[in-house]
Design a protein around this ligand. Structure first.
Ligand code: ARG
Length: 580
């Protein structure tokens, strides 16, 4: 194992067992990174308390077993009973060599691989994808990549809005235009144009309104072929448009991943029966509701979760509970991830609770709302386009590529044209994705092209450049990257040591990022790594004359840094250039 904290945990567990007489598998040695040393062991505190012993004595006894002498050059008992560890250069070198020999650069697979459903993106048929979908799409896509990398079976689900009352007016509008054979192309500069036309008619004409309502009923019956054909055409055209956006953005979502709201409609009556049989269904003001404990309205009264309106219609709660059932019972998922904005938080918590009361969402199955805040403009309001509507996602994607092009034209005019075009995309899309993913998802962030495209600071271009620079070291040396992977690095200078420790944290950081569903943790790590590398590179000559003896060792550190940067960015869906 490459993570030294993980490697020594097993040794320490045995040492604590020998000292305390407790079974080793019951012991957590609590090994943490430390500011003052390479690592700190805090396990003596809790164990001594449990045994009524002095923690410093327990810590000292663990040190005295000599278990750590092979891997530590210093072991110091400090404070109330911590053990501060300093690793030997040889141990660090071996751990680095183990990471270098590993395809996964030292990242352990998950101990318990699961089936995970990740629900993300979820745009609406006949509507534009806007800046809100930027967040749910990119956060979800990064989590999919990371969960897969850790060995989970990941099912992507794009829960598109493809059902409900607006479809009455949409279908009726198409009937007026000539039915299912109507030429229907989504205008990429205004994907909601058709919707707006239908809406205008709906608002202007009672006759149209009546037809639209009747059409909704017909749609819900699912028995009228012409209605279903028009509906399907609307959905298909929108899916074409979503594919354009996903393709340009380079996210993993495909047609097959669409499991829209319509999918759950036929399953809802059976779900209501189950709620009823479980005694969870009640009536309130003529509606069917579930009382979910712990939720109150503004007046402090219990808040009902409405699963069937007075009119008999189903709503989001009905569909979302059914969706949980489907994911747990049909897909056998134990991890249900929902990448949806923060405003849906209470709704989702109520849905999860209802599914739990129904006995469906129970351990090991669990659901997580991976919520997110807003993307803001300079005015601190939701980022808008010139027309004042929320900014369209496709416009942002195109602008990112355009800005990438301008940067490449200015910085790398010597590259061949096709490489310039590729690099423009890598830079622009990388910057857009990284700006999103490096911000703590629960917070709002201000959208700023100049900042996200800067070559300084916590940005994609900075990290991409760091990667390309390492590749150029190898080109200059005329050494194959893979050729140095068998070299065990010799850790002598403080900057080599700092870089070694940083590299070896990658494993823990990836696991922590996934545990917290927070991609910005990985971003912060990669930025720190690139900075640590810069300090190393400034202090430790790699190719200079007179440094032949350390050359291979330092090249090995360079290679592992580049691989870690590339792997980390790949987990975020960001490509890295070999040169720029
Ligand atoms: N379609 C909704 C929108 O675009 C988001 C739906 C969120 N729900 C879900 N299960 N993903 O605002």
């Amino acid at each position: 194992m490459a993570d030294p904290l993980h490697t020594i945990a097993a040794t320490l567990r045995d040492a604590f067992a020998a000292v305390t007489g407790l079974p080793a598998d019951s012991i957590d040695p609590v090994v943490r990174p430390s500011e003052r040393a390479d690592a700190q062991v805090n396990g003596a505190l809790a164990l001594a308390k449990q045994l009524g012993r002095n923690p410093r004595d327990v810590a000292q006894a663990v040190v005295d077993t000599g278990a750590l002498s092979g891997v530590c050059s210093a072991t110091e008992v400090a404070g109330p009973g911590f053990i501060n560890l300093t690793f030997t250069p040889e141990f660090l070198g071996e751990q680095l060599a183990a990471a270098a020999a590993d395809q996964r650069v030292g990242v352990r697979p998950a101990a318990n691989p699961e089936i995970a459903v990740v629900d993300y993106s979820a745009p609406n048929v006949a509507k534009e994808m806007h800046v809100g979908h930027l967040r749910t799409t990119l956060i979800g896509d990064a989590l999919v990549r990371m969960l897969e990398f850790l060995g989970h079976t990941v099912i992507r689900e794009n829960h598109i809005g493809d059902w409900g009352t607006p479809f009455g007016m949409l279908i009726e509008h198409m009937v007026d235009l000539g039915g299912v054979d109507t030429e229907l192309t989504v205008d990429l500069s205004d994907p909601s144009a058709f919707y707006k036309q239908a809406r205008a008619k709906f608002d202007a004409s009672d006759e149209f309104k009546d037809r639209a309502r009747a059409r909704v009923t017909l749609l819900q019956s699912r028995t009228d072929a012409p209605t279903m054909a028009i509906w399907q055409k609307l959905v298909d055209k929108s899916a074409d448009y979503f594919d354009v956006v996903y393709g340009k953005l380079g996210v993993l979502l495909r047609r097959d991943d669409i499991v829209g709201e319509s999918f759950y409609q036929p399953l809802m009556p059976a779900m209501l029966d189950r709620l009823d049989q479980a005694g969870l269904l009640d009536e309130s003001d003529g509606a069917k509701v579930v009382w979910v404990p712990g939720f109150k309205n503004r007046d402090g009264e219990p808040l009902p979760l409405i699963v069937q309106a007075r009119t008999g219609g189903f709503n989001y709660a009905t569909s979302d509970i059914t969706c949980v059932l489907d994911r747990v019972e049909r897909l056998h998922a134990t991890l249900l991830v929902y990448c949806i904005g923060t405003p849906q938080s209470q709704h989702l918590q109520m849905v999860f609770k209802a599914a739990e009361m129904l006995g469906v969402l129970v351990p090991p199955a669990r659901a997580v709302h991976v919520n997110n805040g807003n993307v803001l403009g300079d005015d601190r309001k939701i980022l808008k386009s010139r027309s004042g509507e929320p900014a369209m996602l496709l416009d942002l994607v195109d602008a990112a590529i355009e800005r990438g092009r301008a940067i490449v034209a200015a910085r790398s005019p010597e590259l061949p044209a096709d490489e310039q075009a590729e690099l423009a995309r890598t830079l622009g899309i990388g910057a857009l994705k990284y700006a999103e993913l490096s911000s703590d998802r629960i917070k709002d962030y201000v959208f700023d092209w100049d900042r996200m495209l800067a070559f300084e600071g916590n940005t994609a271009p900075y990290l991409q450049y760091a990667h390309a620079r390492i590749c150029s070291i190898f080109r200059k040396a005329a050494v194959e990257r893979a050729a140095v992977r068998a070299t065990t690095p010799a850790i002598a200078e403080p900057q080599e040591r700092a870089l070694a420790l940083q590299l070896l944290q990658f494993d823990a950081v990836v696991h922590d990022t996934v545990d917290k569903f927070s991609p910005h943790r990985l971003c912060t790590y990669l930025f720190d790594l690139a900075q640590t590398f810069t300090s190393f590179y400034e202090a430790c000559p790699v190719l200079k004359d007179g440094h032949e003896a350390t050359r291979d060792s330092r090249l090995a550190l360079c290679d592992l840094t580049a691989r870690t940067l590339a792997q980390g960015l790949d987990l975020l869906g960001i490509a890295v250039p070999e040169r720029m």
